[in-house]
Design a protein around this ligand. Structure first.
Ligand code: FE
Length: 339
């Protein structure tokens, strides 16, 4: 009798195409770090759930989710920018997640107040400076970088980059459009060269004497300082790390790498399980020691390299503002000549 029920059960399963149980989870990811492959392999070994990844930039992935609609195989959308998750949510592409485990794993001050995305790491957009040519005492805020005293000293990548767009969005949110625009004009006037290259290239340019101060994401310094390539290691060593807007200030600008559950997720349980795994102490250790990002789980410490820079005050801006003010940020870049 029992085996008959079992047979009927499996027959019912195989006849019902909609209820097909898959042992996989499908990610659309903007992240470009090798640590992710380690994480997904560990998760597969632990759970038997296969992780399939499609990588592209965030806007392309949002377009793809929109075009695929209800037929999208994607369960999770991962970005390195809360602003892009805000846009995905605005277009109805995400759903809220409620999970006790996520509530335990993720520090409450880093969560989406609206519940549509879950951070897996965070990073600060900091200043690095030539230890030979700049004294730390002369640095203070992002705003101060537009001071004419830094003429021909500032290095930063192009404004088409999401990290700069998020930083500018935070300035619009904190200072207002006009002040942010004024800042941008002053900063552009201080550029050491036309924006080009990656964040790491700005550090390499300081080492080569092409400029003195660069705006970069914190983890890239960790990557350079742990590099096996001597020139990169030396570039990392040639700069000091500075967290702007400390003391009485509002804190340094941060952004999260975060995950949203798609509205049509076909493997929702597996997807939530992966979110829970990536925020667990075990996986957070893997992030901090491989990508040098900051952990969202308070049980985990940053890597030894990152810890040496000390703790810093974080700008508590609601990170959804980084999406809300994105079009203003782009307008400012265009009107002030930040290429
Ligand atoms: Fe990056």
């Amino acid at each position: 009798m029992r085996s008959l029920i079992l047979i009927m059960f499996f027959f019912a399963m195989s006849c019902s195409p909609k209820k097909e149980i898959t042992n996989e989870v499908n990610l659309y990811s903007q992240r470009h770090y090798t640590v992710d492959e380690i994480q997904y392999k560990n998760f597969e070994e632990l759970t038997g759930i296969k992780v399939n990844v499609v990588k592209a930039n965030a806007d392309e992935l949002i377009e793809r989710l929109k075009n695929e609609g209800k037929n999208s195989p994607a369960d999770l959308f991962i970005t390195v920018d809360a602003g892009k998750l805000f846009h995905a949510r605005e277009q109805g592409l995400l759903q809220k997640v409620s999970s006790e485990i996520l509530n335990i794993n993720v520090a409450s001050d880093l969560r989406d107040p609206d519940g549509y995305w879950t951070p897996i790491t965070y990073r600060a957009r900091i200043l690095v400076y030539s230890k030979d040519r700049v004294s730390k005492e002369d640095l203070s805020t992002y705003e101060d970088l537009s001071n004419p005293k830094w003429k021909n000293k500032i290095l930063v990548r192009s404004s088409s980059n999401a990290y700069n767009q998020a930083l500018m969005s935070s300035l619009v949110a904190n200072l207002g459009y006009d002040k942010a625009k004024e800042w941008s004009s002053g900063l552009v006037a201080n550029f050491a060269r036309d924006p080009k290259g990656s964040d790491r290239d700005q550090v390499r340019a300081i080492a080569a004497g092409q400029g003195d101060i660069a705006i970069v994401n914190s983890y890239y310094i960790g990557i350079l300082l742990s590099s096996e390539k001597e020139s990169d290691l030396n570039a990392g060593k040639s700069v000091g790390v500075f967290f702007p807007n400390q003391g009485e200030g509002r804190g340094s600008h941060i952004n999260v790498s975060a995950i949203g559950l798609t509205n049509n997720s076909p493997n929702k349980e597996n997807a939530i399980r992966l979110m829970e795994y990536l925020t667990s102490p075990e996986a957070q250790e893997v992030y901090v020691n491989n990508s040098y990002e900051y952990p969202v789980n308070k049980l985990v410490q940053p890597s030894e390299i990152v810890k040496k820079w000390g703790e810093f005050k974080v700008d508590k801006l609601n990170l959804n503002s980084l999406g809300e003010y994105r079009s203003d940020a782009i307008k400012i870049f265009d009107s002030t000549g930040w290429q």
